[in-house]
Every structure is written in structure tokens, then in C-alpha cells.
Design a protein around this ligand. Structure first.
Ligand code: PLP
Length: 791
């Protein structure tokens, strides 16, 4: 609901508090409520208010509204107080006293036909926040208290809730013409700029945020603390500015600090916001607007003070003493800056750092200083991608955003198989984390639901799961089980295989290792690479010619005194440069391994979950049935989770002997993440999308080959593509330095791609999320075209 603003109209400047003689007020109180006693005036912007203490010691607030006050709006306030009493009886707000006739308010008619509504509220004891020491604990409690109040308002509405109010931040832009009355040039320009920014950038977003009835005036004067325990909030007063508005405005108005040192401002504000968030969780978008809304709030204050002075010199200089502090606060906020303040607010509510999306005006942290800190606390040898490393703060779908808000198309990272931060996974993880998280020594249901889903569709022998936390762990356990089952130690893997980081698996990770450095129980196979390998496209019987190398490897192990316990294979052959593996090759290899007594471990860390675009698991593309399937990376779309699937006979014998247990493996949160990944793959038909979009992508890249002779080969399956770069298509001289440079150029162009294929690393490794669409592929193809041109 939006309101056309009339607040440019000077009638909104009239405070008009009535000024009936005290004797008349006393008579009204007696006639309507039967109240008498001591009357002390209370300050009010628009009403004539008194604190009444009766002879019996009861305390009340008597309110006589100004003649222009809409009775509907007073009715709204009274109903709100009644609603709070019903919803949260221990929340201390004034209670409405009924008249002698039993009504909630009375009416006074003057002979000049002016009418004033009268209502009486209970008087809340306590000291106003303005008189208390401003401590973080007090502000945190204040945040909690007003969140409680807003929780009671969630189910409340009233026809007069959306009334017009000069203090309504959503209408601030209509005040801009009146900034001319601000005497100080800098303050005037600042405030006019704030209103422009609000109209253009902030209000459109604010309209999309959740709205409800809010108090809208929980400032230092209207919040009470306990005189004996000043951190404790004991009441909220003055419901006269209540309104239906974006919820976040409640906090902005409550952050009523002027002329406070910047550090204290941030400290108190973050406590207020975090306190609120702990009772009524805030949304990221709400927090990101607080900085601008605070500026707008001070802008309104500065404008109203100046405008009133200019237009109503006859009225007392209400709020005048706040004018200069208000300007100073605006300057101080501006010197803190949106990024710093929003970062601090986000941190206080456990949101990730601030990273505005596509806002070129924001300046990021100095990347150099982050690299220095990284070296200090993470060691100096940790790999960083790119000559000009990227400081990434946020991801969404196929996009990553750097700290300046620049978007990069992520065609490299294969963990977020559904795209970064997929909302279904985020929800599943956070909701499960809020419900239960423990280990597999208790019964809980989602691990069973999930395990059943993982094994459904697998060959019959693969029907039980072991849950761990990474691909390395999954491979480690599978290898242990293979060794336990066969009683042998030997292992066969591809040359330049990568399977993980545990000590046992590092032995099998032959990536960039010299043959003579391998353990005697490890033997490697020549990769089946028909583009650059020893047998090439066009030659006869490629699968068998490559597969016969298995006999040599088994023989080699035997010479060292070992028999194969396992053959571990990445079914996508990623670290071998994503070759187009000749059909039937893997079946021919596994036959030989099995004949020698070895078990087959299909490492699906790269290929699994439908990335190849035809089957859920890579081993199915190769027509083999392994003894173990291991999974990692994409299983939880970023939530750590590894799985081994095997047969009950193998697993039960092994666990009986070893009492295998992983503390975090298969915890309910991990299972919720895994389950959510399967939901999305199924519901959004991602396997078929991987097939269609992957083919589209490769076709597009191939279309560049006529203009860019450096592209030697384009290959891959589904959402995995390899693009081999060569200096000469005949000699296949690898274009290694060019590949490195190309990755940097693509990064500068806003696209992330990796390289692969030791020892030359001249192959572009492209593994976008499976939600990738042709329009994303077009962005990659165009960027590749431009970057190749610029090489
Ligand atoms: C094929 C393959 N297996 C296993 C792993 C190890 O997985 P993690 O890093 O989760 O331990 C990787 C990691 O890159 C991999 O590519």
C-alpha cells in the first residue's frame, strides 16, 4: 500500500497543541474519568498532556488531542494498545483507562465548535533512556524489547494504520523543496542529496520489503529503563506516531543518537540491531538499507526544524537544540560510510560481509592488504588463482560477485552444482540446523530417506552408504575397505590422477609426480587420450590398445610383490585433461583388474550427480559396475559431505572389524543438504539441461575454431568441457603460456575458467553449474572470443 504524499503542505508543520486552561482540563478529567489529584504538564508535539497523580497514589497520563487529529488515528492507537495487552501481557506499555461510561475515549466540544478527543493511559514508572548511561547492553535490550513489540503487531491491522505523518521516512523525498530553509550550506546540500538518493535508489527497494504496523517512535524519550538496573528496559511510551510501514524503519527511528562519537555510534547501533534480530530475525536487504534510512531520518529532522522556524516563527522553537547535532551526525555517518556501517551491522547479525551487487560506487577493501593477512595467518604458499587475485564476497546462481559488486560468470567451480547458494539448499541446511544436528549413533529419519535416495537407481550390489565429510575421506575409506576385503595392498590409478589428501590417498594421487617417486604398491595407466596420447583418433581399436596397459600395470605391481586391491578411477578423467575416452575402454580395464582380483572404485567426485548429461553417475556412461562409488564436492552443493556406496557384505564385514565411525559424517544437516541437491536436480531436470546446454556450449566454442587457430580440440560431455590450446594443430605444440594469459584475460572480462592437463596445462577446464543456460554459455563464448583476440 502506498500513499500519495501531501506532506509538502504546510498544514503538516502545525503542531497545534491545544492550550486549555488547567482548571478546564481538571474538570474534563473529573467529568469523564472521575480523576482528580495533582496535574503536571508533559511535553508533546501535538497534544496537551498531563501526568495525573491521584490522592491514592495512582498515576495516569491525560491526553487531549489537537483539534486536527483524526479520531480514526486515535482509535488506531488505542486498539493497538489493547492488542498488545492481549498478545504479550508482560510487555510494558501504557494501558487504556476506560471512561466512566465504559468507553475507550471521550470527546470535548468547545463553544467555538472545536472538538478534542480525550483519552487516559496508565503512567509507566521508570527513567527515560535519555537520562541513562548509553551502554551496549542497554541498546541490545532495547533492540530485543522493540522486536517483542513488533512481534505482537504481526497480526494487527487497523483501517487508519496508513495515515500520513510528516516523520514518515518513506515520504521523505517530498520534503526536499523545504531544505532551502536549512541555514548551513553543507548540511543543506547533504540533506538534499540524501532525499534524492532515497527517491532514486532506496524507496523502490523499501517498497518491496515486509511492512507491518510499527511504533515508529521508540526513541530516547519514549523508552524507559529501570532506575535500579539501567540496562533493563521497562517500558515503551507514546504510540502517537504509529504507522503501517516497512518493519526496518522501527530500528532506524529507535537509533536515536545525535552527536555521538562514530565508534560509539556503531557500537550502540550494532547492539540495537543484533538485539532486535535475536528476537525477530532481520533480512539481509533490510540491514543493507539501514545506513541510508538513518541518513534520511536525520535529513527529515534537519529539514523540519529549519522549515518550522521559517514558516511558523510564532510557534516555540521545538527541537531547535537538536539542529546542529543533527547536521554533525549526518557528517559523521557519511564519514563512516555505507560499506563500513553495513559490514558492522551484518557482522552483528551473522550475515556475510557487505557486497553490493553491481554498485560501481562502492570501494572494496584493499586486496593487497588481504593477501598480506592471508600470508600471515594461512601461510604464504597457499595457491591463489590469477595474477590479479579476486576478492569474492558473494555468489548467486552461476554468478560470483567481488567486493566491489562486480559480477563474474563462474564456469569453473563444480562444487555448486546447482549454482552458488541455491535457496533450496540454504533453507534445508538452516532449517535442519535449527532443528537437530548430531551423529549416526542415534536414530533419525533424514539419513535413511537420503541414503535410500542415493542408492536408488544404482546397480543392485551398491545398496549401502557410508557418510563422511569430503571426497578424500570417501576415497580413503573405500580404499581401506578394498584392502580389507581383498587382503591385498596394490592400487592401480591413472597417470596424473588426483583423488585427495589423506596419506593413503596421496599415494594414489599421481598428479605431477615422477614415476620413480610412487609407492611400490601403486602403478599407473597411460591415459586414454586420442587427441595427444600414444594412440590417436583415426587409429584402429583404441579402447583395447589403451586397455592392454592394464596388464603391464598388474605385472609391474606383481614385480614389486603386490596384487591389486583396487583400481580407483575418476570417471570424468578431469586431471588427465578431459579426454574423449574411447567407448569400451573402462570396461576393458575393469575386466582385467577384476580378473586379477582387484575391486573397482568409481570416484564420482567430479562426474557424479549428472554432470555428464546422460546418467546420474559417470560409471554408467562407461558401462561398468564398480564395487565402490565415492562422492564429494557437489553432494551438498557446498555443504561438506562425502559418501561411499558399496555392498552390504563388504561394509558389514569391515565395520564389524573396525567399528568405523565419523563424528560429522551423515549428520542430519549434511543429509538435509544432500537431499535438497537431489530435489533440485530432479525438479529442474538438470541432467537433461547439462546435456543440452553443454552441447550448445561446445558447439559455440567450436564455431570459434575457424578464427582462432590456437583452439586445437573441443571435447567433453554434458556440463564438462575441455578446450585444448596448441600453437600448431599438426605438431600439437602446447600453448601453455597462452593458456595462463587467457585465464587472466577471461577473468578481466568477467568469466572464471580453469586450466588442466599436466604437464603442459594447456587445456581450458570448464565446469559450470548445471543450471547454466544457453544465455550464460553465450557470455562465455563471447568472452573467449574477445580474450583470444587480445592474446
Ligand atoms: C576426482 C577427485 N577425487 C577426490 C577429490 C578430493 O576431494 P576433497 O577435496 O573433497 O577431499 C577431488 C578433488 O579435487 C577430485 O577431483
Amino acid at each position: 500500500m502506498t500513499v500519495e504524499s501531501n506532506i509538502g503542505n504546510t498544514k503538516f508543520l502545525d503542531r497545534n497543541p491545544p492550550s486549555l486552561p488547567i482548571e478546564e482540563i481538571k474538570q474534563i478529567a473529573l467529568d469523564l474519568y472521575g480523576l482528580s489529584g495533582e496535574f503536571k504538564p508533559l511535553e508533546s508535539e501535538r497534544d496537551q498532556n498531563y501526568h495525573i497523580q491521584t490522592r491514592s497514589g495512582d498515576n495516569y497520563v491525560f491526553k487531549l488531542s489537537n483539534e486536527a487529529e483524526d479520531p480514526g488515528v486515535i482509535g488506531f492507537q488505542i486498539q493497538a494498545l489493547m492488542h498488545i495487552k492481549q498478545q504479550d501481557p508482560t510487555l510494558r506499555v501504557p494501558r487504556v483507562l476506560k471512561t466512566k461510561k465504559g468507553t475507550l475515549a471521550g470527546m470535548v466540544k468547545k463553544p467555538d465548535s472545536k472538538q478534542h478527543i480525550v483519552h487516559v493511559l496508565s503512567y509507566l514508572p521508570g527513567i527515560i533512556l535519555d537520562d541513562a548511561e548509553q551502554t551496549p547492553a542497554l541498546w541490545r535490550n532495547k533492540g530485543r524489547y522493540i522486536a517483542r513489540l513488533d512481534n505482537t503487531f504481526r497480526g494487527f491491522f487497523h483501517p487508519n494504520a496508513r495515515h500520513e505523518l510528516i516523520w514518515d521516512i518513506t515520504l521523505c523525498a517530498s520534503l526536499k523543496p523545504h531544505t532551502i530553509h536549512i541555514p548551513d550550506t553543507t548540511a543543506r546540500q547533504n540533506i538534499a542529496g540524501i532525499f534524492d538518493h532515497m527517491a532514486k535508489e532506496v524507496i523502490p527497494i523499501l517498497r518491496t520489503l515486509r511492512h507491518q504496523v510499527i511504533h515508529n517512535d521508540a526513541d530516547l524519550m519514549n523508552t524507559l529503563t529501570d532506575p535500579n538496573q539501567q540496562d533493563r528496559i521497562v517500558g515503551i511510551l507514546d504510540f502517537g506516531d504509529m504507522i503501517y510501514a516497512p518493519l526496518i524503519l522501527e530500528l532506524v527511528v529507535a537509533a536515536d543518537l545525535v552527536d555521538v562519537h562514530a565508534d560509539d555510534y556503531i557500537r550502540l547501533l550494532t547492539n540495537l540491531v543484533a538485539g532486535f534480530d535475536s528476537v525477530l530475525p532481520l533480512e539481509e536487504e533490510e540491514i543493507d538499507l539501514i545506513y541510508d534510512l538513518l541518513l534520511a531520518r536525520y535529513g527529515i529532522l534537519g529539514t523540519i526544524i529549519a522549515w518550522r522556524r521559517a514558516m511558523r516563527p510564532d510557534q516555540p522553537a521545538y527541537l531547535q537544540e537538536e539542529e546542529e547535532p543533527c547536521w554533525n551526525t549526518i557528517s559523521s555517518l557519511m564519514s563512516i560510510g555505507r560499506s563500513n556501517m553495513t559490514d558492522a551491522l551484518r557482522r552483528s547479525c551473522c550475515f556475510p560481509p557487505y557486497c553490493p551487487v553491481n554498485k560501481e560506487t562502492e570501494i572494496s577493501d584493499d586486496t593487497e592488504s588481504l593477501i598480506k593477512r592471508r600470508h600471515e595467518v594461512l601461510g604464504s604458499e597457499l595457491t591463489l588463482f590469477y595474477t590479479n587475485p579476486v576478492h569474492v564476497e558473494r555468489g548467486r546462481g552461476p554468478w560470483l560477485y567481488d567486493a566491489d559488486g562486480r559480477a563474474y560468470l563462474d564456469c569453473y567451480n563444480n562444487v555448486p552444482v546447482l549454482g552458488h547458494c541455491h535457496p533450496h539448499v540454504v533453507k534445508a541446511v538452516s532449517r535442519q540446523l535449527a532443528a537437530l544436528n548430531l551423529n549416526t549413533r542415534y536414530i533419525y529419519r533424514n539419513i535413511l530417506d537420503y541414503a535410500e535416495r542415493i542408492v536408488s537407481g544404482m546397480p543392485d550390489n551398491l545398496s549401502v552408504c557410508v557418510f563422511v565429510n569430503s571426497g578424500s575421506e570417501a576415497n580413503d575409506i573405500a580404499l581401506r575397505m578394498a584392502r580389507f576385503t581383498t587382503g591385498e595392498r596394490g592400487a592401480i590409478v591413472m597417470e596424473d590422477a588426483y583423488h585427495g589428501i589423506t596419506e593413503a590417498i596421496d599415494d594414489l594421487s599421481t598428479y605431477e609426480k615422477e614415476k620413480e617417486d610412487l609407492a611400490p604398491y601403486v602403478s599407473t595407466l597411460i591415459p586414454p587420450n586420442p587427441y595427444r596420447g600414444i594412440y590417436r583418433y583415426g587409429e584402429q581399436n583404441l579402447p583395447d590398445r589403451y586397455a592392454t596397459d592394464t596388464d603391464r600395470a598388474i605385472e609391474e605391481l606383481s614385480k614389486n610383490g603386490y596384487k591389486p586391491a583396487a583400481f580407483m578411477i575418476d570417471t570424468a578423467f578431469i586431471s588427465n585433461g578431459i579426454p574423449d575416452v574411447p567407448e569400451g575402454y573402462l570396461a576393458a580395464v575393469t575386466e582385467r583388474i577384476q580378473a586379477a582380483g582387484g575391486l573397482i572404485i568409481a570416484d564420482e567426485v567430479q562426474a557424479g550427480f549428472g554432470r555428464s548429461g546422460s546418467h546420474m553417475w559417470g560409471f554408467m556412461d562407461h558401462g561398468i559396475v564398480p564395487d565402490f562409488v565415492t562422492m564429494g564436492k557437489p553432494v551438498g552443493n557446498g555443504y561438506p559431505l562425502g559418501i561411499v556406496v558399496t555392498s552390504p557384505a563388504i561394509l558389514n564385514a569391515f565395520v564389524k572389524e573396525t567399528e568405523l565411525f565419523s563424528t560429522f559424517g551423515g549428520n542430519p544437516v549434511a543429509c538435509a543438504a544432500g537431499m535438497a541437491v537431489l530435489d533440485v536436480i530432479e525438479n529442474e531436470n538438470l541432467i537433461s539441461n547439462a546435456c543440452v546446454t553443454g552441447e550448445y556450449l561446445r558447439r559455440g566454442i567450436r564455431s570459434l575454431m575457424s578464427r582462432h587457430t590456437i583452439i586445437g580440440d573441443v571435447r567433453g560431455k554434458g556440463m564438462i568441457a575441455g578446450v585444448e590450446l596448441v600453437r600448431d594443430r599438426k605438431t600439437l605444440e602446447p600453448a601453455s603460456t597462452e593458456t595462463d594469459r587467457l585465464l587472466d584475460l577471461l577473468r578481466e572480462d568477467g568469466v572464471f575458467v580453469g586450466s588442466e592437463g599436466p604437464p603442459y596445462f594447456n587445456i581450458l577446464k570448464i565446469r559450470p553449474p548445471m543450471i547454466f543456460k544457453p544465455e550464460h554459455a553465450d557470455i562465455l563464448i563471447d568472452a573467449l572470443d574477445r580474450s583470444l583476440e587480445a592474446l
